[in-house]
Design a protein around this ligand. Sequence first.
Ligand code: DGL
Length: 271
Amino acid sequence: MRPIGIFDSGIGGLTVARAISQRFPNHPLIYFGDTAHLPFGEKSPELIRHYATRITKELVKKDCAAIVVACNSASSNALDEVRMAAGHSVPVIDVIYPVVESVSREFVGDVVGVIGTRATIDSGWYQRLLAEKGCTVKSKVTPLLASAIEEGFHEGRISTALIEEYLTDDFYEGITALVLGCTHYPLISDQIQRVLPPGVKIVDSAEVVADELNQLDPAIFSEVVELDATHRPLRRFIVSDLTQSFQRGAERFFGSPVILEELKLSEHEGP
Ligand code: DGL
């Protein structure tokens, strides 16, 4: 059975990987965290495209049957390039279109808040897609949140201070839903929920992306798992730089030891 390839800059995409592995418990996954280059959200669109393309090529080389771009910064800036690198036979799922579809079904005509990295919000992608679906959008760049979460600062004073700094009363005013436009943010969604006015619904990409994957050609998912002549683990975690923060973050996230493989992405292709 060919694996599903999932990538992000760091641990954020694990929120999506977990939802996928819960939905397809016997399907092999390869998770790639580009730890050598995070945060993506502070990079130029050109550099994000370059990283996303290289990662995609690696996942295709590893024979992935589908690619999930578990990163809003890459989904909003590099989706065409990822599709090109994946080729026609490997479907690509991003984290933005499925969320926009789901939000617009529930909140059409409403004011919807979106928070995300600079790269995501500056791309205008959520704003445009949600407006096309009949939502009014309030967006906000929350640049330090992903890095703080990556460093393990969640459920504590630092993330609380950042949330209070970024999410002020006038931002909340009138919104009925808040889209977490960065896959790191579900790790602090309880904290965010606590500062939101009652009744505002938080939307993140994990479950809707797993739903989207479910819509793909069933042939990808229907084969019986053979465990396994090579004893290859069902879930592989590859990083471009073996960092303690990813190791700790992933283990905290899964609540069990995680074995990391390192794959240095070649620098010579140039952005
Ligand atoms: N989790 C990613 C996103 O959804 C990237 C965060 C970052 O590396 O800045 O945008």
